[in-house]
Design a protein around this ligand. Structure first.
Ligand SMILES: [Zn+2]
Length: 444
C-alpha cells in the first residue's frame, strides 16, 4: 500500500464537543501551534507542535502556515450545483423564482456535456472556498448526477448527491415518473454510492413536485439502500407551505407529509424548516431528522428567518447544519454563510456564538449528514480534510485582527468580514486540492 503523507503546521482549532451542549469555550480546542499529519487519506496525528514534531521522521516535510488558522474542512449540507449559472438572478419569492430562472436553467442538464462543464466549475469553487464535503442536488436528469459524480471522483472531495425526483407540477421536460425516478436512482446508487468518497442521497425535490406514488418510491429507495441519505426541502416559504397543505389535506402539516411517506429519520436532511410549528419541531427532533440552515438563500428570496434557538434549545435538539443553497444562496463561502447565520440569529433576538457558527459549518453539518465519524473535525482517524485560513487575507482583516486576542473574537471577525479570500489552502482526503496562487495544485 502506498503511503501518502502530508503534514501542515500552524494555529488550529478542532472540536472536543458540541458547543450547543457544552459551553463554547469547552467545546472548542484551540492550539496556537499545532501539527496535523495526514496519511493515506486520514488524519494520523493532530496535536501541539512541540509534542508531535519529535515523533516525526527527520526528513518529513512539514508545510508551515504563518498568520493562519487551520480549521476542519467546511461541510455544505445543502446546495444545488445546476443553479451555479443563475446565482444572483433575483427579485422574486421562491415559487416565482423557480419558474422564472431555476427550471429554465435546469432544462440544459439533459446534455451531459453541459452538466460536466458546470460540475467542474462547481467543484473548483468548492475547493477554492475550503468546502471539502457537500450534499448536492442535481436536476431531474440522471445525466446531471452522472456528470457530477464523474467529475467529483478524481477530486478527493466527499460529495453526496442525487438526481431530483419530480413528477408533477413541473414544466415539460423536467419531470420523471415514480417508476423512472426509482429506476434511475437505483442505477445511480449501484454505480456511485460508496465509490471512493462519493455517496448517494435520494432526492425528492420537494413534496409539491412529487406525487404520493413518487414519495412512496423515494422512501422505499432510501430504506432499501442503508447508508444513503434522503434530502429534500421543507417549509421554506409561506406560499409554498399553504400550497403543500392544499395538496395534502389529509396531513396535519408539512412535516406530517414527510411522516406519512416515511421520509423522516436519521439520515434525512431537509432544507430550511423556517415556518414550523412546535409539533413539527418535536417530530423532527424525536425522529433525528436534520435541517439545513441556509441563511443567505433565505435573505435572498425573502423566505423568512430560521429559528435556530427553537431547533437547538429543547430536550432533544434537532441536528442542524449550515448550508449555502446556491443558487438561491448568494455565496459558496461557508465563512460568509457563518456571518449570515449570525445576522439571522440577531434578527431573531438570539445571538449566535461565533464558536457555534463554526460548529454548524463543520462538525454540526457533518452530523446532520450522519458523517460525523468521517469528517467535520481534526481528529485522529477522521478523513484528512482541513482548510488553512489566511488571517491577513485583506488589509482590513489584518488590521482588525491585530486588536484581537481571544479565539472567539477572531472567529467573530473572520465570519463578519471574511469570505473566500481567506482560503489559503484546502486539503481533502489528506491531499492539497487547492492552494491559492498555484493552479497546478488543482485536481483538474
Ligand atoms: Zn435548496
Amino acid at each position: 500500500m502506498s503511503s501518502m503523507t502530508t503534514a501542515i503546521r500552524g494555529a488550529a482549532v478542532a472540536w472536543r464537543d458540541d458547543p450547543f451542549v457544552v459551553p463554547p469555550g469547552e467545546a472548542l480546542r484551540f492550539e496556537r501551534d499545532a501539527v496535523l499529519v495526514m496519511r493515506d487519506g486520514h488524519i494520523e496525528v493532530f496535536g501541539p507542535a512541540d509534542a508531535v514534531l519529535p515523533r516525526l521522521p527527520q526528513e518529513a516535510p512539514v508545510t508551515r502556515y504563518e498568520r493562519s488558522l487551520i480549521v476542519p474542512g467546511f461541510v455544505d449540507c445543502h446546495v444545488h450545483y445546476p443553479q451555479l449559472p443563475i446565482i444572483g438572478a433575483g427579485g422574486h419569492p421562491l415559487l416565482e423564482w423557480l419558474d422564472r430562472y431555476t427550471f429554465p436553467a435546469e432544462q440544459a442538464f439533459a446534455d451531459e456535456g453541459h452538466a460536466r462543464a458546470v460540475a467542474r466549475s462547481f467543484l473548483r469553487e468548492l475547493m477554492r472556498n475550503g468546502t471539502t464535503t457537500a450534499a448536492v442536488f442535481c436536476t431531474v436528469h440522471a445525466a446531471s448526477a452522472e456528470a457530477l459524480f464523474a467529475e467529483a471522483a478524481p477530486t478527493g472531495l466527499r460529495i453526496v448527491a442525487g438526481k431530483c425526483l419530480m413528477d408533477r407540477n413541473v414544466p415539460d421536460g423536467l419531470g420523471d415518473t415514480a417508476q423512472r425516478g426509482y429506476d434511475e436512482s437505483n442505477a445511480l446508487i449501484d454505480r456511485w454510492h460508496g465509490r471512493g468518497r462519493l455517496g448517494y442521497a435520494v432526492t425528492p425535490r420537494f413534496v409539491a413536485s412529487s406525487s404520493p406514488a413518487q414519495l412512496e418510491a423515494a422512501s422505499a429507495l432510501w430504506r432499501e439502500h442503508p447508508g444513503t441519505l434522503l434530502q429534500s426541502h421543507l417549509s421554506e416559504n409561506v406560499e409554498e407551505v399553504a400550497w403543500v397543505r392544499r395538496l395534502f389535506p389529509e396531513c396535519a402539516d408539512y412535516v406530517g407529509v414527510f411522516d406519512r411517506f416515511g421520509l423522516l429519520g436519521r439520515g434525512a436532511i431537509h432544507g430550511h424548516g423556517i415556518h414550523l410549528s412546535e409539533r413539527e419541531r418535536e417530530r423532527l427532533a424525536e425522529t433525528a431528522t436534520a435541517l439545513a440552515h441556509c441563511p443567505t438563500s433565505n435573505f435572498f428570496l425573502g423566505s423568512g428567518l430560521f429559528d435556530l434557538a427553537a431547533a437547538k434549545r429543547r430536550r432533544i435538539p434537532i441536528p442542524v447544519g449550515l448550508a449555502t443553497d446556491v443558487g438561491a444562496g448568494t455565496t459558496l463561502s461557508m465563512i460568509a454563510t457563518m456571518g449570515a447565520a449570525a445576522r439571522v440569529a440577531q434578527l431573531r433576538g438570539n445571538p449566535l456564538h461565533p464558536v457555534q457558527a463554526l460548529w454548524l459549518a463543520t462538525a454540526g453539518a457533518a452530523r446532520a449528514l450522519t458523517l460525523e465519524d468521517r469528517v467535520g473535525n481534526l481528529a485522529v482517524g477522521l478523513e484528512g480534510d482541513a482548510v488553512v485560513l489566511d488571517l491577513a487575507a485583506t488589509p482590513l482583516l489584518e488590521e482588525r485582527l491585530r486588536r484581537v486576542e481571544a479565539i472567539d473574537d477572531l472567529l467573530a471577525v473572520l465570519s463578519t468580514v471574511g469570505d473566500d479570500r481567506c482560503v489559503r489552502a484546502t486539503y481533502a482526503g489528506g491531499m492539497p486540492v487547492w492552494v491559492r496562487g498555484e493552479r497546478a495544485a488543482e485536481a483538474q
